[in-house]
Write a protein that binds this ligand. Structure first.
Ligand code: AMP
Ligand code: ZN
Length: 495
């Protein structure tokens, strides 16, 4: 019997089986980033939770329809209140120092959306079937606003169109901001607009003919409120009721609360049957901060510190998604050692398969058991620490066969490593020629040339030159390892 996939549900506040409307078909929406800059490792902690849900469901043999959006308009700088205020994050980015590189806000959005996909692939996350953009769903958003106005859930003011929270009796059911007092507390800094009926009402449309990204609507020129895109795109690609909706913990209120209000008012059906939220990542015990030098994008760690992307992935999933997680460079170093172990096992399994020596399967039974336990741990509210421990126990079993694996054992080892990779994605990348790898290949070619030059020097018995090449590479953070199959190399962590 396969294990039951259980996840904590933010709405009912309990760990419960993830039930799908259609048997064994998960329809899943996970809120993506606002593409005004490179995504940071905290964002990726949240995206990795979604990735692990997808992988676990797939490992159970389910079909998964996975949608993760890109916000490229409408997310304002003060977003922790229902009716956000401040500047549009995209516009602000264009005016910043980094923004000088772009001719307009559209170019900036496209650049960071592409960068997101590169980082996504670099960290070996499953690609969503659809990655819809807010700017490409304007007609649908405007139509939703018209519908909400028509049905009495929204009203127009001189500054925009607002959703009336009093028109939706369940407003607050996800976050608990239900009674008047907590609602007022949560929305204490909202945009003050005398024409709003209730301070918690939030904008569906902001009238603004000066905004850099604007569309024409029945309410004049302007742009949509941030919450609307997810309601509209989730319905378009996944239907009225989702099986699961995910995001970081800051999205519980207001973003997801507002999504529920909009969607359920539009469709009269439950918006999502299950909600999961990832606890925020901290660095060195605190909120990431540019001033303290603890704010990391993915490339700050991979390019800047020379870390193996799969090690960064492993480090980020090493804590269970609901527990506080403190990222340190030591976590990264430990993960690098473990990723090396998986790679070594993969290499040994390949060697064993090539040689295909006769003999009994010495490892299969133990590895199958560990693989089942790994999946069981993931089905237990994505318990990654236990799942990773089971995967590492498997490497011990494989490496214990010091004289190498015979054909049958190598086959079992390979099957085990495949299952680890399927569920956790930490053995090898699914994107052999992803854009980030292509970018790195210039340097990789150069290192290969240096290794060739060193081999020739050795052949000519010029050991002084051979040593110099090795030392020069070492000084650049490239470590060589001589083995029976030739010389391999890896980047050292520069931390
Ligand atoms: P944003 O681009 O701000 O919309 O964020 C994209 C996703 O990353 C959202 O689901 C956020 O909740 C999540 N997120 C933002 N900061 C962190 C963090 N430090 N740790 C975990 N998730 C985060
Ligand atoms: Zn969303």
């Amino acid at each position: 019997m396969p294990p039951v996939f259980k996840l904590y549900d933010t709405m009912s506040k309990e760990v419960k089986p993830l039930k799908t409307v259609e048997p064994r078909h998960l329809r899943f929406y996970s809120c993506g980033p606002t593409v005004y800059s490179y995504a940071h490792i905290g964002n990726f902690r949240t995206f990795l939770t979604a990735d692990l849900v997808v992988r676990t469901a797939e490992a159970l043999g389910w079909k998964v329809t996975y949608v993760s959006n890109i916000t490229d308009v409408g997310h304002l700088t003060v977003d922790d209140v229902a009716d956000a205020e401040g500047e549009d994050k995209m516009e602000k980015a264009l005016k910043s120092k980094e923004g000088e590189a772009f001719n307009n806000v559209w170019e900036l959005a496209e650049f960071y959306a592409d960068a997101l996909v590169s980082d996504w692939q670099l960290l070996n996350l499953r690609a969503p079937q659809v990655r819809p953009k807010a700017t490409q769903h304007m007609t649908e958003q405007i139509m939703a606003i018209e519908q909400l106005v028509k049905d009495g859930h929204a009203y127009e003011t001189p500054t925009g169109v607002y959703f009336s929270v009093q028109s939706f009796k369940d407003y607050g059911k996800l976050s608990g901001n239900k009674d008047q007092e907590s609602l007022y507390r949560a929305v204490r800094e909202v945009v003050s607009d005398d024409n709003k009926r209730h301070p918690a009402d939030f904008a569906l449309w902001k009238k603004d003919h000066k905004h850099l990204m604007q569309w024409f609507s029945p309410y004049g020129w302007g742009f949509p409120g941030w919450h609307l895109e997810c309601s509209v795109m989730a319905q378009q690609y996944l239907g009225d009721t989702l099986d699961l909706h995910a995001g970081g913990e800051d999205l519980i209120f207001p973003h997801h609360e507002c999504e529920i209000a909009q969607s359920e008012s539009l469709n009269g059906k439950p918006f999502s049957n299950h909600w999961i939220h990832t606890r925020f990542l901290q660095v060195d015990g605190k909120k990431m901060s540019k001033r303290d030098g603890t704010f990391y994008t993915v490339r700050d760690i991979t390019d800047g510190k020379g870390a193996d992307p799969l090690a960064l992935r492993l480090a980020l999933i090493s804590g269970q998604y609901r527990q506080p997680f403190n990222f340190t460079l030591q976590t990264l170093r430990d993960a690098e050692g473990n990723v090396d172990r998986f790679r070594l096992c993969d290499q040994k399994a390949d060697e064993g398969l090539t040689k295909n020596l006769p003999g009994d399967d010495f490892v299969g039974e133990a590895l199958r058991q560990l693989s089942d336990e790994m999946l069981e741990a993931m089905c237990n509210d994505l318990n990654t620490p236990v799942a990773i421990a089971k995967a590492l126990e498997g490497t011990k079993v494989i490496l214990r066969e010091a004289d190498g694996l015979n054909g049958a054992s190598a086959k079992s080892a390979k099957a085990f490593l495949d299952s680890v990779n399927k569920v956790l994605g930490i053995v090898r990348s699914d994107y052999a020629s992803g854009p980030s790898q292509a970018k790195a290949s210039g340097e990789d070619d150069w290192v290969e040339e240096q290794i060739q030059a060193r081999a020739s020097a050795k052949q000519n018995r010029d050991f002084a030159l051979a040593d110099k090449i090795r030392d020069d590479l070492m000084a650049k953070g490239i470590e060589l390892r001589d083995g029976p199959e030739g010389t391999s190399w890896k980047r050292k962590l520069t931390v």
